[in-house]
Write a protein that binds this ligand. Structure first.
Ligand code: AMP
Ligand code: MG
Length: 425
């Protein structure tokens, strides 16, 4: 498969500089490649969690199905309540959630009602029980207990109407969507098939856990951070282990990965020196662009196609792997999974509690700790040493401090952009 013509043109454009590719430009270029999966499957809604809907979901019924009470109290006719005075009504029935009273409330009457119970015919409002007192079937309603008709009553269809499109094709399913589908009685939905992602680490110095280390060797950690990040995106994974920096072995691994998966992700082997040799190999197997992204950490990045698969060649340094994954790969995978609206990670401004040193020129993703400032707001500071091999900085961080390329040193109190690493949904 070839790079789209537009990408070829872009890569010849005057502002295309593979030796200093701005972060936003690299994201834009990657997007021009991405063609989402089209195959679908029907799954039970439990298995739809984190998947992307392949068809609109239409509501077969109204939610709620009946007018019902928003609280425990008495269902009344608003017109019966004397303005500014206490009113006494006669209790003629009880309505429990799931057990309607079956009575019609006439003038001067009321029905004891509980949260979620069907409103009895004739009644239009609910007085909360704290504003009423009952004695031998007579209910005294305090003056001004409610101020308008319809108060404390939930209306049929106020959440969802029958026939309404509730979710659009291309929307990702979160816990709230699961709950809403259940509330509609929908047990199965159509989602896009899972994305198949193959990944391996490259490097002669790497050993897998469970084997002893010789001098100069290190354990392969990138395959585990990549595994973790991919698992959260609900991909089908093919872990291909460690591949040494040996041309034949690498060629076999790239070819096998591309044949088996939609996306191939590797780490290492794209830095200066190593890249030339991997580049030659990939030129033979596919079409791959090598970029030095104007960012820190994560400067070298390869992107392109091998056979029919998308390829991301991430740097080797453990922090760079995570930063480039979150900043480039994650959104690309979401698009490939069929998600329609993929918004960039939300960024917001927080004041620094300590200065940061930075040289202008590259976008920096410093690992930050966002903490309460004791005055109802938040401040942020870095985790300390920002070396791209210091993976503990990712573990200690709860956010990235994103410093734009042109930014220089920052002082305590300066507002900086922050991206949260953990989200609620
Ligand atoms: P490279 O990009 O292959 O030159 O690797 C850059 C640095 O990251 C070197 O110090 C490597 O030893 C280290 N590195 C590469 N791959 C891994 C890995 N899978 N796990 C841990 N460290 C790695
Ligand atoms: Mg290497």
């Amino acid at each position: 498969m070839s790079l789209p013509a537009s990408l070829r043109e872009l890569s010849c454009a005057d502002d295309y500089d593979p030796d200093s590719m701005p972060v936003a430009r690299a994201r834009e270029l990657i997007r021009t490649f991405l063609v989402p999966v089209t195959a679908t499957e029907r799954v039970h809604i439990r298995h739809a969690l984190s998947r992307v809907l392949a068809a609109d979901v239409v509501s077969p019924l109204a939610v709620p199905g009946h007018d019902n009470s928003a609280m425990d109290g008495y269902a009344v006719r608003f017109a019966d309540l004397a303005p500014g005075e206490e009113t006494t009504l006669v209790r003629v029935g009880e309505s429990f959630a799931g057990k309607p009273s079956g009575v019609t409330v006439g003038p001067g009457q009321c029905v004891r009602i509980f949260t979620g119970a069907v409103m009895p015919a004739g009644a239009d409002s609910v007085v909360m029980q704290e504003r009423a007192s009952e004695d031998g079937g007579r209910v005294r309603i305090a003056a001004g207990a409610i101020t308008k008709a319809g108060q404390n009553r939930r209306f049929a269809g106020e959440d969802l109407k029958a026939g309404q499109v509730v979710f659009r094709q291309g929307q990702r399913v979160h816990p709230a969507e699961l709950g809403m589908m259940a509330s509609l009685g929908i047990g199965e939905v159509t989602v896009y098939r899972k994305l198949r992602v193959a990944f391996f680490s490259t490097g002669d110095e790497l050993r897998s856990i469970g084997t002893p280390l010789a001098e100069g060797e290190i354990y392969d950690s990138n395959r585990y951070t990549i595994y973790g990040m991919l698992t959260r995106l609900d991909c089908d994974l093919l872990d291909m282990g460690v591949v040494p920096d040996v041309p034949d072995a690498l060629e076999r691994a790239f070819a096998a990965a591309a044949a088996a998966a939609d996306v191939v992700i590797t780490s290492g082997g794209v830095s200066v020196g190593e890249a030339d040799f991997v580049k030659q190999l990939l030129d033979k197997l596919g079409e791959v662009l090598f970029w030095k992204i104007a960012m820190k950490p994560g400067r070298p990045l390869a992107y392109g196609r091998i056979g029919g698969a998308h390829f991301f060649g991430l740097p080797g340094n453990p922090v760079s792997v995570m930063v480039t994954f979150y900043e480039f790969v994650q959104d690309a995978l979401r698009i490939l999974q069929g998600q329609r609206e993929v918004a960039p990670l939300p960024t917001f401004k927080v004041a620094l509690s300590a200065p940061i040193r930075k040289v202008p020129g590259r976008t920096e993703f410093q690992r930050g700790i966002l903490a309460a400032d004791g005055k109802g707001g938040f401040t942020v500071r870095t985790t300390g040493d920002q070396g791209s091999g210091i993976l503990s900085s990712m573990s200690q961080a709860n956010c990235f401090i994103v410093l734009a390329a042109e930014t220089g040193n920052c002082a305590a109190g300066d507002l900086v952009d922050v991206q949260l690493l953990e989200g609620l949904i």
